[in-house]
Design a protein around this ligand. Structure first.
Ligand code: PHE
Length: 471
């Protein structure tokens, strides 16, 4: 196809802007809040190794596939899939892949916003000096007070959703590009400082050992699925966020180099976060498997005892809010772009409609931490016996919807789309690099995702084979 499509939503100013926006999408609560607590719950080293392998072998190639589909289709993921399926002479059902992505983004944002609300609350707690000199128990009770109060959670969740709607309503270049330019570097500096604190505080090597010494007897088959799901979650893959950002990418930008850069930065943030948190966990005799409250119960201890902790703590949680903000925007953008394209509403209204729906659904998550904390809807299934509604939402989206979406994106880009088209879009020649990508996405990715799925559902048993732990 020689005639190139254009996006009606505008475009990034260039390659750097795209890298920053996509890194802004990728780097978020997933890296700093979620990665440490799921690594802690799943035994550490072996989990981290599986996660890193998934980033390299599955994540980055699928990210390239998503960007290339987006840039070729130049529309919301739903319409991009429709157009590209037509172009390839494939079934119209592919349009539903875009729609499933919109649904996943909606479900994820509904809880993501609640957690981002915790981070906002902590900006103020930190600035007020609440953590200064506090003990681990004191910090834990501050956390419980917050999550135990649905009204407070609702207020923060509401504020965060409003912030998200405002930026999305303003469009692609609006404030987003400028915000990420400052934010991503600042986040790195603060994390490195926290690592310095953890290094000086003792137990640094215990933290490193926990994170980087694989012990496969500590990870279950379900743990492998969680590690893989997290690779999708942390890189924002499998639901169209990166696809829609790709649709605003200027022509002639190297997709491969860009995606490798994003994958590297995202992983670096997660590692820096883990290396800051686990030493603090061990020095203070905390539980690595403490769950979603982990960073909110560990980092304040560090801030409460280090010189200048009030300032650094406030800044840290502020940056976490920003990191969540730039991710939230990308979670809702596919829905907004689609509303603009198909329903003829303005961007502002599209942002408001999608935002309100997401906000309402967020109530389920809020209640999961207090009034409904004993409500375990799927307790009759062994792996879900302790899962609240929030846990189930997170599991369904990150471990099922995203890998499945990613799998289908991979299948589409190399089995359905013409090879010449992906060759043209990736624009790196028909050499070893392209062939490596093609091979990974065509064979390795789908097989890996399927094996992990089949294993968890118990249809195939690899547990004995690799010596993984039993449930
Ligand atoms: N990648 C984001 C994070 O790590 C979350 C996200 C998932 C954003 C899917 C967009 C799409 O926090």
């Amino acid at each position: 196809m020689s005639e190139r499509r254009k996006s009606i939503h505008g475009s990034w100013s260039g390659r750097l802007a795209f890298i920053l926006a996509a890194t802004g999408s990728a780097v978020g609560l997933g890296n700093i809040w979620k990665f440490p607590y799921i690594a802690g719950e799943n035994g550490g080293g072996a989990f981290v190794l599986v996660y890193l392998a998934c980033i390299a072998v599955i994540g980055i190639p699928i990210m390239m596939a998503e960007v290339l589909l987006g840039r070729r289709g130049r529309q919301s993921p739903i319409n991009t899939m429709r157009t590209l399926a037509q172009e390839a002479g494939a079934h119209r059902l592919w349009t539903w892949l875009g729609a499933a992505g919109v649904l996943a983004g909606f479900l994820i944002l509904s809880y993501y916003s609640v957690i981002a609300g915790w981070a906002m609350a902590y900006v103020f707690r930190s600035a007020a000096g609440t953590f200064s000199g506090a003990t681990a128990e004191g910090i834990a009770s501050i956390f419980e007070q917050l999550t135990g109060d649905p009204e407070r959670l609702l207020a923060w969740h509401t504020l965060f959703m409003v912030m998200t709607m405002i930026v999305v309503g303003r469009g692609v270049r609006g404030g987003l590009e400028k915000a990420v330019r400052f934010l991503v570097p600042a986040l790195f500096v603060l994390l490195i400082m926290l690592d310095g604190y953890a290094l000086a505080g003792g137990a640094f090597d215990q933290g490193l050992r926990f994170l980087f010494t694989p012990d496969f007897s500590k990870i279950t088959a379900n743990g492998v699925l969680i590690a893989m799901g997290h690779a999708f979650f942390t890189l924002s893959l499998g639901m169209g966020a990166i696809m829609v950002y790709g649709s605003y990418l200027p022509e002639r930008t190297s997709i491969a180099k860009t995606c490798i850069t994003i994958g590297f930065l995202d992983t670096l943030v997660a590692m820096l976060a883990g290396m800051a948190i686990f030493p603090i966990v061990f020095v203070n005799g905390l539980e690595p498997g403490a769950g979603p409250g982990l960073i909110f119960q560990t980092l304040p201890i560090a801030f409460g005892h280090m010189p200048g902790g009030v300032v650094f703590g406030t800044l840290f949680f502020l940056l976490l809010v920003f990191a969540a903000w730039t991710s939230a925007i990308s979670l809702i953008e596919p829905a907004v772009a689609w509303l603009v394209e198909n329903k003829g509403v303005s961007r502002v209204y599209a942002a408001v409609y999608a935002g309100i729906a997401t906000w309402g659904f967020g109530l389920l998550t809020i209640l999961s931490f207090n009034n409904w904390s004993d409500f375990k809807p799927l307790s009759f299934i062994s792996i879900f016996k302790d899962y609240t509604v929030f846990d189930l939402l997170d599991y369904l989206t990150a471990n099922i919807m995203l890998p499945l979406g990613g799998l289908l994106i991979a299948v589409f880009s190399v089995w359905i789309m013409k090879r010449d088209d992906s060759l043209q879009e990736l624009d790196m020649g028909d050499g070893p690099a392209y062939r490596l990508w093609y091979g990974l996405v065509r064979y390795v990715t789908p097989v890996a995702v399927l094996i992990v799925f089949l294993n968890v559902t118990g249809l195939i048993d690899f547990v004995g084979l690799f010596g993984l732990a039993e449930e």
